[in-house]
Every structure is written in C-alpha cells, then in structure tokens.
Design a protein around this ligand. Sequence first.
Ligand code: C2E
Ligand code: CA
Ligand code: CA
Ligand code: CA
Length: 283
Amino acid sequence: GKARYEVFSVGMRTQVVSRLQLENDLRRAIASAIEGNSQELSVHYQPIVSLETGKIAGFEALVRWQNSQGKFISPVEFIPVAEETGLIVTLGEWILEQSCRQLRIWQQQFTMQPELTISVNLSSQQFAQPDLIERIEQILKKIGLNGHSLKLEITESMAMKDVDSTIAKILRLKALNLKFSIDDFGTGYSSLSYLHRFPVDTLKVDRSFVSRMEETTEDAAIVQTIVMLSHILGMDVIAEGIETASQMEKLRILQCEYGQGYFFSKPLHAEAATALLSQYTNS
Ligand code: C2E
Ligand code: CA
Ligand code: CA
Ligand code: CA
C-alpha cells in the first residue's frame, strides 16, 4: 500500500543521508588529521601482556573518533565506511605513522628487554595496495624505527581470501623484518590445511572463544586446540578479550604466551599508556 511504501522510503532516506553525513564527517576528520590539527581522530593503545612474566610486551593501536559534536563513533561503524569509500588508505596510513612515532618515543623513554612492539590493524584495502611495502618502508625510515618493532594484524578472513597472493605479500613485507598476526582467529572460514603455509608469527584467538571458555567445554577445547596447533606451527598466541583473573590463569596454564583485554587495561590514550609503562618499568 501507499502508506507502507512511504514508511519504507522515509526510513531508507534517513539511512542514506546519515551514511553520507558520516562519510563527509569522516573525510573532513581525516583531512585535518593529516594536516596535523585533528582533535577528532586519535590512536589509543591497549597493552599486550606476557602471561608468563606479567610484563607489557607491546600495544595494539586502535583508532578512536570523537566527531565535531563530541560523539564517539565506534570503529565497528566507521571502519567499514572508510573501507567502502577508499578513505581507509589515507586513514590507515595516518594510524600507522602515529603508532610508529609513539612506539619510537616509548623505545627511547623506556629501555625494555625484549623491545616493545606495536601491532597495527591492516584493512583489506590497505593490504591490497600495490605500493604498500614502499609506503611502510618510507614511514619506518622517516621515524627511524626498526621493522622488527612493527607487527601487522590481518584478519583470518582477509588471509584466506586468496591464500597464494596473501603469502606472497607477507613474504615481501617480511623482507623489512615486519611481524604478522592473524587476527580474530577461529571466526572466519579458516582452512587448517592452509594455516601452516602462512609465514606469520602470531595467532590472535578471537574474544568470543575466550569469553565463553569457562562456560562451555567446547569453547575451552577450541582455545586449547588453537594454542597447541599454533605451537606446533611455530607461532605464538595472543588471547583477546581477557576480562577476568581466572580466564588469564586458565590461558597461562595452557601456555598461551600473551593476553590482551579489559582485565589488564582498556585501550588508553598515549599519555595514560605512558603512565602505565612507567609503573611497569619501575616495579
Ligand atoms: P579488533 O582488531 O579485534 O580489536 C579488538 C577490539 O576488542 C577493540 O575494539 C578493543 O577495544 C576490544 N577489546 C579489547 N579487550 C576487550 C575486552 O576485554 N572485552 C571487550 N568486550 N572488548 C575488548 P574497538 O577498538 O572498538 O575496535 C573494533 C574493531 O574495529 C577492531 O577489532 C578492528 O577490526 C577495527 N579497528 C579498530 N581500530 C582499527 C584501526 O586502527 N584500523 C583498522 N583497519 N581497523 C580498526
Ligand atoms: Ca586487531
Ligand atoms: Ca581481534
Ligand atoms: Ca574482532
């Protein structure tokens, strides 16, 4: 009926308009970030902790956006828009550069053994860029950062899309000594028969398994299997989304090397992360 059609079309129009608005706002926020005067976009850092020693091994960089009206917009909402519009390429490069600069500052400020690393999420569009290697090389050189301090996170679904070309690309980036993690492991269509071919250093067990591992024996078994398999393949493991001491303890017993989650810390802005680091290094 007519009424129904109108309700539908009004709803759709609202959606399209707000989506366009988001895109425009994001485009502007990125432009001013690149000019070096962004108050809207920032990078936060979440510690990745060694479950054996309790020390901070590194941080994952996570982008934050507080728009001009002061509203926080989740990356779950705006990263896909950035992907579809191609904005992710400039945004991603800005995040990468910010993160590398911050790590360089920390490395000079705190002498830690082993050295701190920074993990940066790579979107599929960024990963597909033909000149990605040159761009990363340039950033590292400009900042004076060693390739081995930088770890790139690609999701399992990205990695499995075109296995051969993914492997080739990773190998070329590894020539810069970069490290790689497979993110959200266990959530995509992973083919275990391909896993051993990926020249990656780390698997990140998705939060969904960690959060349920004390509730269902299936999830506990999945986590244990991922940890064992990773070790057989010579990779280490980061458990995502650890929220309780008992989750941490179970993962430590499984010999999972690293943990990340609210139990240790939420993602922090640079100053708060620096304060956390000085606490850790003083003790
Ligand atoms: P992700 O890469 O899997 O990042 C981990 C997400 O889990 C982050 O959400 C983090 O804040 C959250 N998290 C960490 N510990 C806990 C915990 O103990 N409990 C709970 N409930 N959540 C926890 P965030 O920052 O909202 O990011 C969501 C997703 O957006 C990321 O998932 C990633 O896919 C994407 N994203 C975030 N920042 C970037 C970025 O700089 N570049 C790209 N390409 N994607 C990003
Ligand atoms: Ca990640
Ligand atoms: Ca993840
Ligand atoms: Ca995730």
